[in-house]
Structure formats: structure tokens, C-alpha cells
Design a protein around this ligand. Structure first.
Ligand SMILES: [Zn+2]
Length: 339
């Protein structure tokens, strides 16, 4: 398996064999990040799918090409977490092949809820989240006019699922896979680790070259996802250096602990820079350039705001920053001089 990291990635519809039990495929994404890696694991009587790609025509066509080349049928569909690039085609595939879906409980119900949408309830909390971050009314409108983006790239969810319980393991074909919990990027993300194969199918929890988005979104503006991300990242720091990481984006790497260390450092630099910038009171909007050094498009800004608030919430929970609403109902963040 020594040369896996030098393999060129498969194009959509192609299969790259990692070993006899694990296959690597790619699905296209209509985003700046233009692909997602998906994996097939040899199961009893066929192949289990891990992660699905967005429900687009291009992805469905790529799946048809891939499945036509397999030496057996699809046995089940496993999903690491509910983000559209991972879960998009899950319902499409389980419906088409009449197979079971496997997910963690929180991710399954979160996906069902996002698919159902706000069901007529007002979005004042969504607007308040952006106003309090310091955006003007025009920008608040841009952020909050979205209507069911999730549904556009996600197939209807199956009404039944099998629960993946973190800390337990799952037998797929001849191999046992430990189900590793990841929080912070999404609520109950599952990575799959097989000791016998020395492989970790990591999902988005640990990525090479890019860091997974850790965001405090308007659904839960006071959450502390960075804390829980660090906490669950520890499991990955303890994996053997020989373990091959099969990530959801970019290309496979070895030495997961070294990558975990880099990700840690990346966030701690962000935290230090935010603290240094908050000698005088600052808003989320004024702090964005501290974390992001380039012009951001509207779509990127949505993730950037949540990422910035996640870092600020971490510092507020640590009592390193104080957060106060000013007379305009905007949060001002300032270094806590009491400690
Ligand atoms: Zn994700």
C-alpha cells in the first residue's frame, strides 16, 4: 500500500483500488471544492457504499458508471455525516437498490429536519444572528433569503435507518470497523477505522491540505463546536502513524497524528490572532479579516461567519474574551482583563 499517496485521484465514474476490500471513487461537486471522495467496502455478497456525493445529475451518472463495474450488488449505504456532499445521493441510492441506510442518530435526524425546512416559522433568529455579527440590513437580507438549499442537492431521505453508535464497531464483509466519533464539524460525525487493514475512512473530521469547517451557525449561535472538535480530535491523534487516511476531500495521506497536530496549530494561531485583535472592542464583521486574508464570496462568507463565531465562542467559554451587546444590538468582543 506504499504508493497510495502518489496515485492520481480517480475521475468521476472511475474506480481506484486501495486494496481487495476498499475502493476509492470521486464524485463531482458544483463548488470551489470540486470533488468528494467516496469509498466502497467489500461486504457479504457485494459492496457497501461510504458517502454518496450531492444529488446532481452528474453524480447519479458517475454512480451508474461505478456500479456497472463492480463484481457484486450494493449491499448498504453508510454516511459519515449529514452535509449535502456526503448525504445527497443516500436516499437516491437506498431507494434505487432497496438497501438500508446506516448513520449516527443525530446526523440522521438533523438531515430529516433540514430536509423538512422551517415549515412556515419566521426566521427572525436567523436575521438576529447576522445583525448581531455587525452586518447591515442589505447583507442580512442576502444571508437570510435562502429557500431550501439543502433540498436542492439532497434526495428525499429514507424513512428508516440503522444507527451507527460511536465507540462500537461494525462488521463489513470480513473486517471490523471501529466507529469513531467526531464533533464540531457536524454534530455526530462517524469515521471508520479498520485496525486489520490499517485504514481510516475519515469523512471530514481530519482532512489533508484543508481544515474542516468548524462553525457556530444560527441554529445554535451560542454553541462551542471548536471545543468539541478538539476533544474528539484526540482519538485521531492516537491512531498509528502507519494508518492510511482516506479522506472525503483531497488525496489519501499517512501519519494522521501529524496532520492532527497541524490542524491544532492552525486553530490555535487563529485563536491567538483573535485575542490580539480584541484589545479594543470588535465585531464579528471587523474580525473576519483576522481569520480570512482574501475577499470572500457570499457562499464562502456564510461559512466564514460561522467559523469566526465558533472561535470567538471558544474564547468566551474560556473566559479569555468578553462579549457584550452594544446600543445597536451588535455583539462587541473584547479581551477579558480580569484574568
Ligand atoms: Zn462536512
Amino acid at each position: 500500500m506504499d504508493n497510495i499517496t502518489t496515485l492520481s485521484p480517480p475521475i468521476p465514474g472511475e474506480i481506484c483500488s486501495i486494496n481487495d476490500a476498499v475502493l476509492w471513487c470521486r464524485m463531482p461537486l458544483p463548488l470551489a471544492l470540486d470533488h468528494i471522495n467516496v469509498y466502497l467496502v467489500r461486504d457479504n455478497g457485494g459492496w457497501a457504499i461510504i458517502d454518496c456525493g450531492m444529488a446532481t445529475k452528474a453524480t447519479k451518472a458517475a454512480w451508474a458508471d461505478v456500479i456497472a463495474q463492480l463484481d457484486g450488488p450494493i449491499t448498504r449505504v453508510l454516511v459519515t455525516h449529514m452535509h449535502p456532499d456526503h448525504i445527497g445521493c443516500a436516499g437516491y441510492l437506498t431507494e434505487l437498490y432497496q438497501v438500508d441506510l446506516y448513520m449516527s442518530q443525530t446526523e440522521y435526524y438533523a438531515a430529516r429536519a433540514l430536509f423538512a425546512g422551517n415549515q412556515g416559522t419566521d426566521n427572525w433568529q436567523d436575521k438576529q444572528y447576522y445583525r448581531r455579527a455587525g452586518f447591515n440590513e442589505e447583507q442580512v437580507q442576502l444571508f437570510t433569503q435562502g429557500n431550501g438549499g439543502f433540498k436542492k442537492v439532497v434526495s428525499p431521505m429514507p424513512i428508516s435507518f440503522n444507527r451507527l453508535i460511536p465507540g462500537t464497531s461494525l462488521l463489513i464483509g470480513d473486517y471490523e470497523w471501529a466507529l469513531l466519533l467526531g464533533c464540531g464539524h457536524s454534530p455526530e460525525h462517524i469515521s471508520f477505522y479498520c485496525k486489520a487493514l490499517d485504514i481510516c475512512i475519515g469523512g471530514d473530521q481530519v482532512l489533508p491540505q484543508i481544515t474542516p469547517n468548524i462553525g457556530a451557525y444560527s441554529t445554535q449561535p451560542n454553541s462551542n463546536p471548536l471545543f468539541y472538535y478538539f476533544e474528539t480530535l484526540q482519538t485521531f491523534a492516537n491512531l498509528p502513524q502507519t494508518t492510511l487516511l482516506l479522506p472525503s476531500h483531497k488525496t489519501p495521506i499517512y501519519d494522521i497524528p501529524a496532520r492532527v497536530e497541524e490542524i491544532h496549530t492552525h486553530h490555535h494561531i487563529h485563536l491567538q490572532n483573535l485575542l490580539a485583535a480584541c484589545e479594543q472592542p470588535q465585531t464579528v464583521v471587523s474580525l473576519l479579516p483576522v481569520l480570512f486574508h482574501r475577499e470572500l464570496g457570499q457562499h464562502e462568507l456564510f461559512f466564514a461567519v460561522a467559523e469566526c463565531i465558533a472561535h470567538l465562542n471558544y474564547l468566551v467559554y474560556n473566559e479569555q474574551l468578553e462579549k457584550q451587546l452594544d446600543e445597536n444590538d451588535v455583539f462587541q468582543y473584547r479581551i477579558n482583563r480580569l484574568i
